[in-house]
Design a protein around this ligand. Structure first.
Ligand SMILES: NC(=O)c1ccc[n+]([C@@H]2O[C@H](COP(=O)([O-])OP(=O)(O)OC[C@H]3O[C@@H](n4cnc5c(N)ncnc54)[C@H](OP(=O)(O)O)[C@@H]3O)[C@@H](O)[C@H]2O)c1
Length: 400
């Protein structure tokens, strides 16, 4: 399959990658190697049950659940007696809620009446008194309570919500944060309910877009407490219902550790820090803003990172010049060795609850939205991101 797709994929790679790093003519054997290498190094064994796969990575075998096994009719049958009460309408509430509604399931939204989320929910077609309620009412009505409040708000509202999550209901999270760090969050789950997790690996906006494209995001699923013996099946069904394509099993603890670590690291904080450091050095050494931006962000996001996402790191290397490859291979180990102690410090701070406490303290302040907006404005005002805005404005799609 990979070799058949190669010429087209390679043409795309050539078009996508800028001249500075692309080889002018990759020899055919190198192309064939790149194509062969692009085949993921894992085994996928199709199991007899439709939509269930086993993936063997190195020394572990994982079961991956697929939405193929849960068509709409089966989901509707599975949840026919349920009211899915989605509490909170931030990024995840929006994406998961609209997907559940489109699946034809009985879903209601619960948010505070004076908040920004209420207005957003109304704009998205949720109707007050019909499928939009205040938080308390929605929790009372729900049989599956989907706690998609901000993590800080989950802690703050818990004393009021807990008594309403009665025997027979299911408690659902999209992050292990609240129950795993219960000593800090005080979210001690009732003993007589199933507690499950579906954590989409991406923003709620992407949950929605991928669902609408007929694809589906990757999500982690986990069971914290299984009272009925059906918690795992519920987690899988909920995972598909909210719009996931593939579901990977984990535990609440592993999910929260990896998630807090990853977003502070390569996914957001670390990559932003790397961009800033590289850009600042280029500027201090006399390069223009556009050159510094293009060489730091534009080429990364528009050309090289999509190649990594499509077929892996070696595929991206293969699409670049021998000069670029040599330097990248040499310097990647320097960066790894220098950054690893920082990543270990970060993991320690996640594990010992320091990062959780910081998040709770900051995000439970009444004016957290205003403070966050001020920080975002400071980021927007940085030269690198102003340069980015100028560079993006030249794209054909932004020329109208
Ligand atoms: N965003 C992601 O990319 C992502 C990905 C995977 C998992 N998750 C997890 O999904 C969950 C929801 O995250 P999110 O990003 O969608 O939402 P969020 O932005 O963290 O939370 C927003 C929601 O919390 C409500 N809220 C905040 N303080 C409140 C309070 N004191 N009382 C009542 N409601 C309050 C807001 O309502 P108002 O508008 O009224 O303030 C809003 O509806 C979290 O557990 C998060 O870790 C998020």
């Amino acid at each position: 399959m990979a070799s058949r797709g190669l010429p087209r994929a390679l043409r795309c790679a050539r078009v996508a990658a800028p001249r500075s790093v692309l080889s002018s003519a990759l020899p055919r054997p190198a192309l064939a190697k790149a194509a062969a290498a692009a085949v993921p190094r894992m085994t996928i064994n199709q199991q007899p049950i439709r939509g269930l796969k086993q993936i063997t990575f190195a020394d572990s075998t994982e079961t991956v659940y697929e939405r193929e096994d849960w068509p709409r009719e089966k989901l509707q049958e599975f949840f026919k007696n349920d009211t899915l009460a989605l509490i909170g309408y931030g990024s995840q509430g929006h994406g998961q809620g609209l997907n559940l509604r489109d699946q034809g399931l009985n879903v209601i939204v619960g948010v505070r009446k004076d908040g920004a989320s209420w207005k957003e929910a109304v704009q998205d077609g949720w109707v007050p008194g019909k499928n939009l309620f205040d938080v308390d009412t929605a929790v009372e009505k729900g049989t599956v309570v989907m706690n998609l409040l901000s993590d800080a708000a989950q802690s703050e509202t818990w004393p009021a919500l807990k008594p309403k999550i009665t025997k027979g209901k299911t408690l659902y999270f999209s992050h292990g944060f609240s129950p795993v760090f219960k000593d800090l969050t005080k979210v001690d789950v009732p003993e007589d309910v199933d507690v499950i997790l579906v954590a989409p690996k991406g923003s709620g906006r992407t949950v929605r877009t991928l669902f609408r494209e007929g694809r589906g995001i990757n999500s982690s699923i986990a069971v914290f407490q299984d009272v009925t013996g059906q918690a795992k099946e519920k987690a899988i069904a909920m995972g598909v219902a909210v719009g996931s394509g593939y579901l990977y099993e984990t535990t609440f603890q592993k999910e929260v550790y990896s998630d807090l670590y990853g977003e502070r690291g390569c996914l957001m904080g670390g990559i932003h820090g790397m961009f800033l450091a590289q850009y600042e050095v280029l500027r201090e050494r006399g390069h223009s803003p556009s050159e510094a931006f293009n060489e730091t962000v534009e080429e990364a996001t528009q050309s090289l990172y999509p190649l990594i996402g499509g077929n892996g790191m070696d595929w991206m290397y293969a699409a670049c010049s021998t000069t670029a490859r040599r330097g990248a291979i040499d310097w990647s180990s320097r960066f790894r060795d220098n950054l690893k102690p920082l990543f270990n410090e970060l993991y320690d701070r996640v594990q010992d609850g320091t990062e959780t406490q910081r998040s709770l303290d900051y995000n439970s302040q009444k004016d957290y939205r205003e403070k966050y907006e001020k920080e975002m404005q400071e980021i927007r005002d940085l030269e690198i991101w102003r340069a980015g805005k100028a560079v993006r404005s030249l794209r054909p799609e932004n020329q109208k």
